[in-house]
Write a protein that binds this ligand. Sequence first.
Ligand code: CA
Length: 545
Amino acid sequence: MKKRRKGLCILLAIMLLVSGCGKETKKEEATLINSAPLNIIDDNYRNYYEVFVYSFCDGDGDGIGDFKGLTSKLDYINDGDDKTDSDMGFNGIWLMPIMQSTTYHKYDVVDYYNIDKEYGTLDDFKAFMVECEKRNIKVILDLVMNHTSSQHEWFIEATEYIKSLKEGQEPSAKENKYFGYYNFTKEPQGTKYYQVGNTEWYYEAGFVSEMPDLNLGNQEVRKEFEEIVKYWMDLGVGGFRLDAAKEYYSDNTEKNNEVLAWLNHTVKAIDKDAYIVAEVWTPFNTYSQYYKSGIDSVFDFAFADANGKIVKTLNYTGSDNSGKALGQSFITLQEKLSELNPNYIDAPFFTNHDLARAAGYFSGDNQTEKTKMAGAINLMMNGSAFVYYGEELGMNGSGIDENKRAPMRWSKEETKEGMCRGPVAMERIEQEYDSLEEQQKDDNSIYNFYKQAVKLRNQNPEIARGLVTYIDEVTDEDICAITKEYNGSKIHILMNVSAEAKSVSLSKETYSYNELRGALKTGKDNVLLKGETVKLPPYSVAILK
Ligand code: CA
């Protein structure tokens, strides 16, 4: 008996030795899949996931996404456990409009104090917020202040009032306050005005006739929104994404900034740590001016979309779009934005619900590698980075807006539990890449790439918060090389934005780094650090620390 046990022990020892050798190889791989500890700072530099509830996850089987469904998928977004590696690691969610509305997209609000019935009940929302709180996910709501639905009671009251006037009687906001809520006129200018019934009055509606523009100069309207933001913040909401901020006063930056400054003050008085990001869909020289309002962030449109900086860099067409130019653009951003608001937080994104999905931005050689690398550039930028749901799967969708808001591809089986049917007008979309189920099993998938990129942000707070300097000596057409310093800690980010493998040498003494802190590869070849030389395969990222 004893002898046999001794034999067993020797066998066990041999097995341990063998498995120990296995671990050595694994350890080497582990370095490459970014094994540094997480260092997540609880501030407003977050990794946001933009969710369209309608198309995300259906919790009750009617084909329309809802809060029950979204809550059931929170473990995918962030399970709240730093020890697991099965979640995406987003610690912020931007919810596209959730308030009661008449359309599938819900940008025309009928009731600012309720959840749209398609999405569930207020209790479902509260349950969702409890789960987000547990996971330290900050939830920001899409707040539509530029207009309401024409079915909103304010607008119905105002137009009924106008229609009730006797001939020769002039309306006044004193008599009916809702008359002052919108922009009514007897002298419409341009095409954005619509008649109120058969009266001589018209109302402004910049988007469509069913979305009348609010008069944000009216103090009563402002009081309404002061109550609305308070209501949602009391339910745990951590901030707002401001829809169509340039339209408040059509393209009048100064007046729009006054509105933003008022809202910022209102929101921060309730919670100083709240976060506000505005959509100002204009060229950089215009949207950057909105930082003067004092809000935290303005979406960085210059880097997004098929014609943005990221795509131009990867579809290199000349030195304006080189790795070097990309690095310089980060410096320019930093200089210009900090001048306008020293507390600015950039809001880089690559696509959103109004833009064609990124998988269609690239074609030909290296299409998949470029799709991944675009996500990497987005996620290596300073600020709060935003990722549109489904981009981590390389989903397709272009043309009409509905196609850009297609069901999250949890599975290739469209009838599988949780799958949404998508907007009614959505066309048939051919998907190039697998659904989540297959991509989860493939280490080289777009999904696993995005997960690693988000993880790097969660391991290295310098990425989102660091002061950027430019490493001139190794930067060239193909390599974007920058240093980021935060709280006395420096990292160096090297991005190979070309289709060629590159070797970059960086003096350890000058740049005081010890290790390859993290890396992203788009193909099968690994990023390697040997001595002072970094081997960067095509379209890859190395972080040195
Ligand atoms: Ca549903």
